[in-house]
Design a protein around this ligand. Sequence first.
Ligand code: NDP
Length: 332
Amino acid sequence: STQIHLASRPTGWPTAENFRTVRVDLPNLAPGQVRVENSHISVDPYMRGRMNDVRSYVPPFAVGEVMTGGAVGEVVASAAEELPVGTTVLHQQGWRDVAQGDASDFTAVQPVPGVPASAFLGVLGMTGLTAWVGLTTIASFRPGDTVFVSGAAGAVGSVVGQIARLLGAKRVIGSAGSAEKVRLLTERYGFDAAFNYKDAPVREQLPAHAPDGVDVYFDNVGGDHLEAALDVMNDDGRAALCGAISQYNATGAAPGPDNLGNLVTRRLTLRGFIVGHHLDHATEYRERMGAWLRDGAVATDETVIEGIDHAVDGFLAMMRGENVGKMLIRTR
Ligand code: NDP
């Protein structure tokens, strides 16, 4: 089988030299084990953080070890009764075409009719749950709120905007990094307004799209986006601090918002969160999103790169913004 290992820790933007493709022979199955052929592996922004040797909410990747993370596949050989051949499973063994281990490391998933299993890495998986928890629990979304989402055409952001609309937002505003994505936001995902943050400073563009201010800001980007959002926040506004992708490859200290004083005068709540601490919401979320998907109420996109040998290319393309919706690697 083919695995992608972390070869060295990057400084700034990762390059191909930071990774190594390794071919391994898998041993025979021990009792209680299964072998899984992955169909898709997930590449996610948080993986950039795990390449650094720093304390965080997940331990760093080990140099010389496989890049672990979410993947879905099918059991192709089984020495474990509970996971027979043909079962679709979700697991965390990451960037490899074939995964093998104890059945307890794999979770059987119940496919939603008409929805591909890859959705368990996106809209029905970690990124979708992040959108749901961030909006409803962390930002305490209420019907009638005006919501601004950055990174809005990505896996998390595209779901945030659509859930906000389904739950009765007054207005949903999104930002993304290309004209094509901006068009998708209004035409496909139902955002009321959208802009390209590369056209002009966010601070100059956002006020025109938020004439009545913003009650909820869902922050995927940090930096200039957070600063611009704080300018237009209404009294008692709430921001869910989900990520700060504008800073993940930065080498120096990033400039911070100069308007944190608004937190006081407008009684704002900025609250960070990690989706892994809110897994108790997963069942309710999957039920609600499953129903929305069956009804065609939510549009969901994936950008799929072919082949385990292109996992690194796919990861870097995602960090550059070349994905719409969830970025995935197809491995068979
Ligand atoms: P996306 O699918 O949104 O892919 C990343 C996107 O980030 C790119 O497509 C690109 O889109 C955008 N981007 C890259 N650089 C910049 C920049 N300098 N400024 C603005 N946008 C940029 O990824 P996810 O949906 O998986 O993740 C979105 C965010 O959510 C990330 O910050 C991630 O770390 C965070 N996250 C947090 C979790 C938690 O538990 N708190 C869980 C999951 C994700 P564009 O073309 O628009 O630039």
